[in-house]
Design a protein around this ligand. Structure first.
Ligand SMILES: C[S@@+](CC[C@H](N)C(=O)[O-])C[C@H]1O[C@@H](n2cnc3c(N)ncnc32)[C@H](O)[C@@H]1O
Length: 214
C-alpha cells in the first residue's frame, strides 16, 4: 500500500483537477457506456445491503444520485444524503431526485465529511474511493460518522487491466490520479480506522464490494 506525501498546495491542485474533470463529465455521465456498468453494479450491490428500519445513509462521491434513488425506492423509510465534490454532478443529482425530501445532496469532500459523529447507519462509496488522495483520512471520517455497528459498503474496481479505459475517460496515463486496492489492502486500511472487514463479494469481474462494520 502506498501513501502519498503531499503538502496543502498539491492536495488543492489534486482536488481541483478532479472537480474540473467530473464537472465536465457530469452532463453526459448518465448517457455514456460506463453508466450502464455503474447501474448494473448498483443493482448487484442491493443484494448485499442490510439496513435497519428508517435507516439514515450517506452516499460519498454520489455522482448523479442514481444509487440513492435506487436505495430510496427499495427502502421506503430510508433518509439519504449524497455528498460530492462536483457541483455539476450534484446539479444532475438534484434535478433527478425522485424522493425529495427523503434524499438531499450536499457539496463536500470525502476526507473532511461535514457531519457530526455517529450519524449514519450505512455509508456507501461506489467507484469513487479510487479517486481519493488520502484514503486513510477518508476511512477515519467514515468510521467517525457511522453509528456503532453501522456498515460501510466500499465498491471499487480492483483489476488493473480494467483501468485503461477509465484512464482514457480521464485523459490521463497517471495511475497516481487513480489507485486500486486489493482485498488485503482494503482490509488493512479498514482495520487502521477501526472498521472490521466482514467480507468481499465480486459484483462484476473487475469490481469488488467490501463490507465493513464499525
Ligand atoms: C465515477 S463517479 C461515481 C459516482 C457514483 N458513485 C456512481 O456510482 O455512479 C466518482 C465520483 O466521486 C466524486 N469524487 C471524487 N473525488 C471526491 C472527493 N475527494 N470527495 C467527494 N467526492 C469525490 C466525483 O466528483 C464523482 O462524482
Amino acid at each position: 500500500m502506498v501513501f502519498i506525501e503531499t503538502n496543502n498546495e498539491m492536495t488543492n491542485d489534486f482536488v481541483s483537477n478532479k472537480q474540473r474533470l467530473f464537472d465536465r463529465w457530469a452532463p453526459s455521465y448518465d448517457c455514456l457506456f460506463p453508466s450502464v456498468i455503474y447501474q448494473a453494479i448498483h443493482q448487484r450491490l442491493l443484494k448485499y445491503v442490510n439496513l435497519p428500519p428508517k435507516a439514515r445513509v450517506l452516499d460519498m462521491g454520489c455522482g448523479t444520485g442514481r444509487l440513492l434513488n435506487r436505495l430510496a425506492s427499495q427502502f421506503p423509510n430510508l433518509h439519504g444524503t449524497g455528498l460530492d465534490l462536483s457541483s455539476e454532478m450534484l446539479r444532475f443529482a438534484r434535478s433527478s431526485n425522485c424522493h425529495h425530501p427523503r434524499l438531499i445532496y450536499l457539496r463536500g469532500e470525502a476526507d473532511t465529511l461535514p457531519f457530526a459523529e455517529n450519524q449514519f447507519d450505512a455509508v456507501f462509496s461506489t467507484i469513487s474511493f479510487l479517486h481519493y488522495l488520502h484514503p486513510e483520512h477518508v476511512l477515519n471520517q467514515v468510521a467517525r460518522v457511522l453509528k456503532p455497528h453501522g456498515s460501510f459498503y466500499l465498491v471499487d474496481i480492483n483489476c488493473p487491466q480494467f483501468l485503461e479505459p477509465y484512464l482514457q475517460v480521464f485523459q490521463t496515463t497517471s495511475a497516481e490520479a487513480i489507485r486500486l486496492y486489493s482485498r488485503e489492502s482494503r482490509q488493512q486500511l479498514g482495520a487502521n480506522a477501526q472498521l472490521k472487514c466482514l467480507g468481499h463479494h465480486s459484483l462484476l469481474t473487475p469490481v469488488l464490494l467490501t463490507v465493513f462494520s464499525k
